[in-house]
Design a protein around this ligand. Structure first.
Ligand code: PEP
Ligand code: MN
Length: 368
C-alpha cells in the first residue's frame, strides 16, 4: 500500500461541482475563434465544469500539429473571463508549467507521454512547489502502475493536494478495437492502492473514434470513476488533431444525456450501492477474462496449423509440464491456490489439445 495521501476532495477546490467531474474541450486550441466558440457552447451545458485544451502537443511522431503554443494561454484567459469556467492545459516541462502558472491556468495536467518519464514529472513538480494548483496526472502510455503512482507521489511531495488521476488507456501491442487498451484492472488497482485520489476517465483517447465514446464513458461510471475528460471541438471535421474522436458540444450533450451516471452521493463517503459497484467490476473482469481466453485460443489454433504443417503432435508433454509448473508458481504469487490454478490450466489445456487435434484431423479428411 502506498503512503496515505491527504488529497483534497474535488468539491473543496471546485465548490460548485456536483458529481461527476466533467472536463471538456478541444484536443488542441487552434484559433481564438475556435477556442471561444467551443467554450461558449460547452459553458451552456452546466454539466461541464472545466474547459480543457492542448496548446503544446507532444505528438508521438514529429510532423503532425504540435500545438499553437503560448498564445493559447491568452485565449484560455479569455475563456475564463467570458464563461467563468476554470481552464486546463497539458504541461510537458518546467517552462510550460511556469507559463501556465503565470497566466492563471487553473488545472495543469501531465500527459501520458510525460508521466512515463520520472525526470519530466520531477521537473514539473519542482515548479509546482508552493502553489495551490490543481494537477491531473494521466496514466503513462505503458501499463505500469508504479510509474503512474510514482508521478502522483512526485506531485504530492511537491505539496500539491488537489490531485486527480486520469485514465486514458495504454498503448496496445497490435491492432485493437480501441486506440488505447483500457486495462480497467490497472485502474482498479490504482483505486485500491491510492483510494484517496479521484480518478476520471478520458474516453476520447481510449476510443480514438467517436462511436466508442459512449460505451467507454458508461463503463467508467460503472466502475465507480469520478468523472470524465472528453474532447469537444466546435467543428471536429476541421480539427488539426484527433479529429476522429472529438464531439461537437451538442453531441457531447447528447452523450451525457444517455449516460447512466453512478457516483458517490454528496453526504455519503461510501458508494451509493457498493454491492452493485462490486458486481459491475466482477462483470467487467469476467468479460476481460473471456476476451483473454478467446485470444489465447486464437493463438492455440495458429499453433495447431503450424504443427500440422510441420508434422508435429498436438500434445507436447515437455512444454505442457513446464507451462503447468510456471503457471502454478505465478498463481501462488498472485494468491491463487495451487489446486485452483492446476484445475484451471488442465481445463484450458484439454480444450487446446482438443482444438488442435480437430484442426489436424479436419485437414487429414480433406487430404483423403
Ligand atoms: C490530450 O489530452 O490531448 C493528449 C495528448 O492526451 P494523452 O496525453 O492522453 O495522449
Ligand atoms: Mn487529443
Amino acid at each position: 500500500m502506498a503512503e496515505k495521501l491527504d488529497i483534497r476532495s474535488v468539491r473543496e477546490w471546485l465548490p460548485q461541482i456536483n458529481n461527476p467531474l466533467l472536463v471538456a474541450g478541444p484536443c488542441s486550441l487552434e484559433t481564438e475563434k475556435q477556442t471561444l466558440e467551443t467554450a461558449r457552447l460547452l459553458a451552456k451545458d452546466h454539466r461541464v465544469f472545466i474547459f480543457r485544451g492542448g496548446i503544446w502537443k507532444p505528438r508521438t511522431r514529429p510532423g503532425s500539429f504540435e500545438g499553437i503554443g503560448s498564445v493559447g494561454l491568452k485565449w484560455m484567459q479569455l475563456v475564463k473571463q467570458e464563461t467563468g469556467l476554470p481552464v486546463g492545459i497539458e504541461v510537458a516541462n518546467a517552462i510550460h508549467t511556469e507559463e501556465a502558472l503565470k497566466h492563471g491556468i487553473d488545472v495543469l495536467w501531465i500527459g501520458a507521454r510525460s508521466t512515463a518519464s520520472p525526470f519530466v514529472v520531477q521537473e514539473i513538480a519542482d515548479v509546482l512547489k508552493g502553489t495551490d494548483s490543481v494537477v491531473m496526472v494521466k496514466n503513462p502510455v505503458n501499463p505500469d502502475l508504479q510509474l503512474w503512482m510514482g508521478a502522483i507521489e512526485r506531485v504530492y511531495r511537491a505539496g500539491i493536494r488537489n490531485i486527480v488521476a486520469i485514465h486514458r488507456g495504454f498503448t496496445p501491442f497490435g491492432e485493437t478495437k480501441y486506440r488505447n487498451y483500457p486495462s480497467w484492472q490497472t485502474v482498479i488497482e490504482l483505486r485500491r492502492l491510492m483510494p484517496e485520489v479521484p480518478v476520471i476517465c478520458d474516453p476520447s483517447h481510449i476510443a480514438g473514434k467517436r462511436e466508442y465514446l459512449l460505451e467507454i464513458a458508461q463503463k467508467a461510471f460503472d466502475m465507480g470513476l469520478d468523472g470524465l475528460m472528453l474532447e469537444s471541438h466546435v467543428d471536429p471535421s476541421c480539427a488539426l488533431s484527433d479529429k476522429e474522436q472529438q464531439l461537437t458540444p451538442a453531441d457531447l450533450g447528447k452523450l451525457l444525456d444517455r449516460l447512466v451516471i453512478r457516483h458517490q452521493s454528496a453526504n455519503n463517503p461510501f458508494f451509493e450501492n457498493q454491492l452493485e459497484l462490486l458486481r459491475n467490476r466482477i462483470d467487467s473482469l469476467d468479460n476481460e477474462l473471456l476476451e483473454v481466453l478467446s485470444s489465447r485460443m486464437d493463438i492455440v489454433r495458429e499453433i495447431g496449423k503450424y504443427k500440422k504443417e510441420h508434422n508435429v503432435t498436438a500434445l507436447q508433454i515437455n512444454r505442457w509440464a513446464q507451462l503447468m509448473e510456471d503457471r502454478v508458481k505465478l498463481g501462488q504469487k498472485l494468491n491463487l491456490s495451487k489446486t485452483f490454478t492446476q484445475i484451471l490450466f488442465q481445463l484450458i489445456h484439454e480444450d487446446s489439445v482438443r482444438m488442435q487435434t480437430e484442426i489436424m484431423d479436419n485437414h487429414q479428411e480433406k487430404e483423403i
